[in-house]
Each structure stands twice: as structure tokens, then as C-alpha cells.
Design a protein around this ligand. Sequence first.
Ligand code: BGC
Length: 756
Amino acid sequence: MKLGVALYLSVLTVNAQAPSSASWRKARLEALLQHMTLDEKLGQLNQYSAGEPTGPGTTRDSYDVMIAEGKIGSLLNVTNAKQADKYQRIAVEKSRLHIPLLFGLDVIHGFRTIFPINLGLSATWAPALIEKASRLAAEEAAAQGIRWTFSPMVDIARDARWGRISESAGEDPYLGSAIAKAYVRGYQGDRLDNPTSILACAKHFAGYGAAEGGREYNTTEISERSLRQTYLPPFHACVGAGAATLMAAFNSLNGVPATSNSFTLGEILRKEWRFNGFVVSDWDSIRETMAHGIANRPSIAAGKAFLAGLDMDMESGLYLSELPTLVQSGAVPMARINDSVRRILAAKLDLGLFENPYTQPNASIGPLPAQARQLARTLAEESFVLLKNQPYQGLPLLPLVGRSGQSIALVGALADSAQDMLGSWSAQGRTSDVTTLRAALAERAAQGKMLFRYARGVDSVGDDETGFEEALAIAKRADVVVMALGEKAQFTGEAASRAHLDLTEKQQKLLEAVVATGKPVVLVLFSGRPLTVTWAAQFVPAILEAWFPGVEAGPALVRTLFGDVNPSGHLTATFPRSVGQEPLYYNALATGRPVPAAVDLGKPPDSGSRFVSRYVDELNAPLFPFGYGLSYTTFTYSPLTLSREALSATALNSGRSSVTVRADLTNSGRRPGTEVAQCYIRLTGTSVARPVRELRGFQRVELAPGQTKHVEFTLGRDELSFWNIDMKYLAEPSFLQVWIASDSASGLPAAISITK
Ligand code: BGC
């Protein structure tokens, strides 16, 4: 105890002299390490959940004692300043070395101000806005003592059956990387010791999104080339952006659980990428390596994970119980323990936790400030994807303006469900902060002197048809019917994989019945994933994908439906026609027997040749492709021009050459609007097959009616390199096609040869 106090005081003295210099930091760290017992060191590597469990339950309750004994370095699921300060006081005032705790929480799409779910955020194609949202989330969380978020989730998700596609930025590694960096910048800010900054945690490393069959926690088989080409880039981008931590995934990757995978954690992360932050396990995932079958005893599970490169144990407690024996026997070198402790203490020092371990008193959360709501509304508005908008009485059905005196019927339980609007992982989000579609539409109707009627009609789960009659009755009396259908939030996110992607039978039945009344129907889809709304895409005149929009769900939707804002979201995950097409993603490799588009759009199986890569009972084409999204205006692209006639691989690889591709983009409609111009490439004649299209740039472009803007993208080494036959990341002599288009399935390419 005496030693602890002396060290604490000496540390404070040093602190007063040179609080931020690197050498001071190092000296302080080493001083602490020298005085730590093995148990205290292992305590730093140990994290327990002290709140609502976010995995299989925990029965522990002796945190106070363990913290005082220095056996816990971090707590998760503490959600407010009062709780955090209570535990922090024990750590700082009662433990021998006074090392502060680090509090971690899943702040996934907002802390108190809940933004759209992450898949929706990605549909904005607006990293700058996502950065603002994560900055606000950081400020709100940090005010409660939470200085670490388990976000961003940067798993590439190509299978809509997987529930966690909702937490992801979708299927594309280029867009995913841009968005991943934005989250990291937002959370961590310019400086970690700014009290409003929190540590980011890029998760789940790696390959989790490739779970076979889209089934949660399932195994993955990913070749090294696709791992590097598709799944790793967003993680690499996070490391490049300075992400302080990473989380290992639950899945096994090519037979080795990601939790104890020395190839991903050791070779790639530490050696190649030189990551110097720390890696945390996922919930109990060290123990789970026994269920995977690679360890028959807890000590083997702990030893394998630790030696593979996993620094902190979330929840299993096995580092604490097993590593002492492994260190004593020499199986785990003390130097490795010291390395892990150093990384964790360095993060605590970087955050300034030693100087400012406590939160400000009065950090209570009042009502949401107007600017927070405004930001949540903007993100929601920009996340909506207009999937269909057919004319009704000569005008596209949406927006619903200019049809004065009309009466509106709103049908569907999701229109009135604040809880569902928060989506999965809603941290400290409150249903009382949510304005639902029902509330907002009722208000707008009252202002516009429109008749408004609501009927629940149908729940998003269950077999109850008792609401059908009322729903049909109000539909028949209305000029337009808005139907809010889709998934419940609890059907999305972790442990929410689905084998069916349709609307439930009852929702579908009611939708068909309402459409059969002949009234124009606007379908507002709430979902955490692409749904197979194939019938609706044919028979419902207007469809707006709304995801789970967060606290401002209602106002954002009403402003969009009435045309105060023009939808500009574009899909970041392909919508299949049938679940049997999954995994379905745009950047696939070709086959030796590709299906000509004209044949694919014919009626299988009668047309076209038989022996091509296709289904006999379904098209290959998606329902809506990656990048797709309509607007209330229209956009046209001019033919493309290239800045040069030839490119050389040698010059590209030395970083000395590039080609710029240009197009004129015109708003050819009558409303102002924002287009997401997307640049895609295809390389052929390469040593390994490359995808039929790959995103290599994007730009949001605002255009007044009739306005034309010039858009251009430069393709150089970074854009044209890939993992070749020798597993070298290089540009190769090849033939390059380039598109600038509104989605991954449209546009006409320009082409250029890449010579030696
Ligand atoms: C999830 C992680 C999450 C952790 C802590 C796990 O079940 O896979 O994404 O961060 O729980 O809540």
C-alpha cells in the first residue's frame, strides 16, 4: 500500500512537469510495469461486464472486491457516469497501484442520440456526416465516463441472411473503408486526451461477415486472396486512421478461430500492419475456442489466444485463471504479458485517464438538444433509398405534395413503434426521444388540413389478421395509403440470422389486399437488411427503404414523403429476388459461362441456352443492385472521357502515373437533387480473375434543376492494384474498363489498355 501511494504521488509530480511528452509517458508506463505483480498485470488484461449482459449471462457480482484487488482492467456495459464513477473510485482510490479502469460499451449508431442503423448510415455515402454522428456519439458517451466504444463494425457483409449486415456498411470494401475511417475519426477526434474522445474498436477481426449460410457465428472459409482483397481492407483502413483497438471475431477462419488466429492477429495485424494498439476478444470467445474444438482445457484456450496476439479477455476470465500457471511453466513468456499490459496502459494514458479518471458531476442526460436532433434527422433523410416511384395520375406517386385536400391512410404496426425505430444496439437511446411515422404524419396532415387515419393492420411478426378489416376500411376511404411494413428490430443485428427474407405471410397478404383496392400505395420498408420484396417491386407503385432511422424517424420520413427533401440514399447491399440467390453481391467474379443480360432478363428456364451459370427457376439479376437509388429528379451522365490513351503498369506501380476519367452529370428533372456518382472498374487479361465491377470512387453531387457539373475520378496505383497470382499487391498489364454511373449495374464504360 505504501509503495502504491509513493508511486502515485511520484507519478503525479512527474505529471505536473511534463504531462504529454512521449518520453514521460514511456517512463511512467515502465515505472508502473516494474511495480506490478503478475496478478495485477493479468488484471489489466481482464474485462468483465458489469451491466446488462450483451452475451450469454454472467453470474459474477464481486466487482468491487476484484477491482480493489487490481483484478479488472476494464468493464463493459456500464452505461452512466454514476456507475462509472463508483467503480472508478474503487480502482483509483482502493487498488494498490491506483490504475484507472477503462469503460467500454457498444456505442454503435449513437449513444443517446440514436442515428439510423449502420447499414442505413452507409446508404448516405457521406463519410463526413458519419464522422459528425460518431463525434456526437463520442461526446455523449464520454460525458458518462464511457471512453471506449466497440465500433466501428467493419465486417464486409455479402449475405442478407446474416443479421449483423444491419451493423455493417454493406458489401463493398472500398466504400466500407472510407466509412470505417470516418467512424474512427469521429470517435477518436484529433486527440485522445480530449475528454470528449473515445477509443474506437474495429471489429470483428476477421471474416465474420462470411458466415456460411448467413448463419450467425458460423464458420468461414476464405482464401487468403479474398481475405486480403475483400475482408481486410476496412480493418487496414482503421489501423491507418489510428484506431486504438480491434476486436477479434467469434468465427473460425479456415479452421482456426479468429480469437486464436496467429495469422490474422500476429502475421497480418502486428507484423505487416504494425498495429500498436490492443486487441480485445469478443464476448467469452476465448472459452468458446473449446467449443470450436481447438482446445480441450481452459488453459489451452487461454494460452492459444494469448500467444496468437489477443491482449484483453472479454468475459471469459480465463486469462486471470489460467495465465499464471502458463507463465510459471514458461509456456507464456513474461515479456509477452508485459507487451499486452503496455498496450492497455498506453491506451489509458493516451486517454488521460490517469489525470482525469472521473466524469464531471452533473453529467446527467437531459432532453436531446436541437442540434443533435437536426443531425439525426439529416442522416436519416440521407439514408432513405427510393426503390421505386411510378407515375400515378400522370405524376410520380411521390412526393405527396400538390395533391391538396387529400386524405391519407397509414397502415402497419411499425409506423407506431418507437422501439423498432431505434434498431439493434441502441445504447442509451430512449423510446421517449423517438418521433414515430404515425406521430409525424398526423402532425403534417393536421398542418396541411388533410384527413389522416391510422390502422395498425398487421404486426411485423405473428399471425393475427384481426386488424385487416379496419386497415382495408381506412384504405378504401383514402386518396393514398402509406404502408409501413418490414422487420422488427429484434429480427436484425446479432443472433438474428434469417432463412427467409420475405415480408411475413400476413404482411404480404395485407399488402396485396390493400393494393387490390386500387388505391395508390407507398410502401415504407423498415428493415435491417435487404428483403425479397419481389412482389412489391412489381405491383406497388412507390417503395422507400427506410432501414431503422433512429430518433428522428417520423420527421425525416414525412419530409421525404412530402418532398421537403429529395431522397439521395443508394444501396450498399444488393437486394436479391429470392433468398436462394444469397450470397449475392455486385463485385463477383465472372464465370466461364456467363449469362448474357438479355437472357437473364428473359423468362427462365425457356429462353437462352441451358448450359450457362444460372438457376432454372430464378434470374441471376438482383432485385435492386448495389449502388441503386432513385431521386424525385433524374440525372444523366455524358459519355466518359479519359485523360490519356495508354497507361503502363510499371509507371503505375512506381506511383508515377494515373488516368483521370471524366463525365458531365446533369440534373435532367425539375427538382433540386443529390446524385451519388459512382466510379467502377473492371480489369481483364490479369493473372487472376478480377470482379466484373469494383467500386473505386464516389462523390455526392448536388444539382439544381438543369444544372450540369463535371465529375472526375483519378485511378492510380491504389485504385488499380490487386493481389496477383504471386500474392503481390500490384497493377498488371491488362485491359481496363471504367464506368461512372448511378449504380453498379448501369452506365457505359470507357476503356484503356495498361501496357507493361
Ligand atoms: C458482440 C460484439 C460486442 C460484444 C460486447 C458480442 O456479443 O459480438 O460485437 O461488442 O458482444 O457487447
